[in-house]
Write a protein that binds this ligand. Structure first.
Ligand SMILES: Nc1ncnc2c1ncn2[C@@H]1O[C@H](COP(=O)(O)OP(=O)(O)OP(=O)(O)O)[C@@H](O)[C@H]1O
Length: 358
């Protein structure tokens, strides 16, 4: 996981989420194509053979101010082909503002947003390759669902029907209601129609602001499976969400914002501790902490509820036990200390949010 620079400081460069790729390689994204041995990414990083490639969505030094309020400040991150990246943050953190800049809907005060290597602006051609859900459902109320989709599709200048219409309508699950006027739809139905609109074009990129809003649990699950499939097919997916349990099941990577700034970004597993974090129950916590802190391979030791939480990258638990036992500490148990995303998120953003004092 990469930690953000902290409030008041601007990151020196974009934070790449695991993989970076060359802008301007629009077709390299699809279905399992891989970068060759040790090619250099757009972020100047070298990646070994077999790693996924192609940075698709990139934000670098993005900043946006509304009056005196800095909505986004010096934000940098990248999302690669095949990744589902969740953009997280408390209310008012700047998620929607970031997405709007990534989609050319608002102009950054500083920094750049690119998609598939093209700089984004209002009407940029690359946006035809992006499935978007932002700013809530915006349909013509007296037209049917289908007529609204046709209207939105007409803007692409391509012949009806869109390539993934059936699939998208299947996910929307509107049945015969798709031919009824949208003004009679519930919020959930409108949301599902918006999702159909975003997915029907079989996009290379999906940017979805709180897509699960208004969906019931079965619909949320169907959406999750559909987005995971899109990523497996090579799309880059960026979703904002407050539903952390859901995000934990869906996202491969996360970007956490707070007050417009980057707090952390990286692969989800890394953020949650993964295989490198352990809970250790011992007969002498203070002594055990001292012993483990002296171990070269131990990155951190914390005491929680009378047990130690130890991060030791690349270290098997047996090595920790050996060090403790050798020092005369009795070890009762060692278990993985995978944190929930909710725990990790709350730790990172504690006491923050729109209503916290600035
Ligand atoms: N058009 C605007 N004019 C003035 N202030 C704005 C505007 N858009 C956003 N803001 C402010 O910028 C900050 C970031 O807002 P933004 O909507 O990007 O946050 P968010 O993370 O998406 O929040 P939420 O989770 O509540 O949707 C907030 O303080 C918000 O009030």
């Amino acid at each position: 996981m990469r930690r953000g620079p902290g409030r008041g400081r601007v990151p020196r460069r974009a934070v790449a989420l695991g993989v970076g790729g060359g802008p301007g390689r629009p077709h390299a994204r699809r279905r399992g194509r891989r970068r060759g041995r040790h090619e250099r990414s757009a972020h100047g990083e070298v990646h070994g053979e077999g790693e996924a490639m192609a940075t698709v969505i990139s934000a670098s030094g993005l900043s946006k101010r509304y009056g005196r309020r800095q909505a986004v400040g010096g934000l940098g991150f990248a999302v690669g082909s095949g990744q589902v990246c969740a953009l997280l943050g408390p209310n008012g953190a700047g998620k929607t503002s970031t997405m709007r800049m990534l989609l050319g809907l608002s102009r950054p005060d500083a920094g750049t947003a690119t998609i598939l290597g093209e700089r984004v602006g209002l009407g940029a051609p690359v946006l035809r390759r992006v499935g978007v859900l932002i700013d809530g459902p915006a349909f013509v109320p007296h037209l049917s669902g289908t007529a609204n989709l046709k209207l939105l599709w007409a803007a692409t200048g391509r012949a009806w029907p869109p390539p993934a219409l059936d699939d998208a309508l299947g996910l929307a699950g509107l049945g015969a209601a798709v031919d009824r006027k949208v003004k009679g739809y519930s919020m959930g139905m409108k949301q599902r129609l918006m999702l159909a609109q975003a997915l029907m074009r079989a996009p290379d990129v999906l940017i979805l602001d709180e897509p699960a809003n208004g969906l019931d649990p079965a619909e949320v699950r169907a959406l999750r499976e559909r987005l995971a499939q899109a990523a497996r097919d090579g799309a880059a997916v960026l979703v904002s969400s407050h539903q952390l349990a859901e995000v934990q099941q869906l996202a491969t990577h996360i970007v956490v914002m707070n007050r417009g700034r980057l707090v952390a970004s990286g692969p989800l597993e890394e953020l949650l501790g993964g295989e490198d974090a352990y809970r250790v129950e011992v007969d002498d916590t203070a002594r055990a902490a001292e012993v483990l802190r002296a171990e070269r391979r131990v990155a951190s030791v914390a005491v929680q509820d009378g047990r130690l939480v130890v991060t030791a990258p690349g270290t098997p638990p047996a090595a920790l036990v050996e060090a403790l036992v050798t020092a005369g500490v009795g070890v009762m148990s060692v278990t993985r200390a995978d944190r929930s995303l909710e725990e990790a998120f709350l730790t990172m953003t504690e006491g923050e949010g729109e209503h916290a004092a600035r």
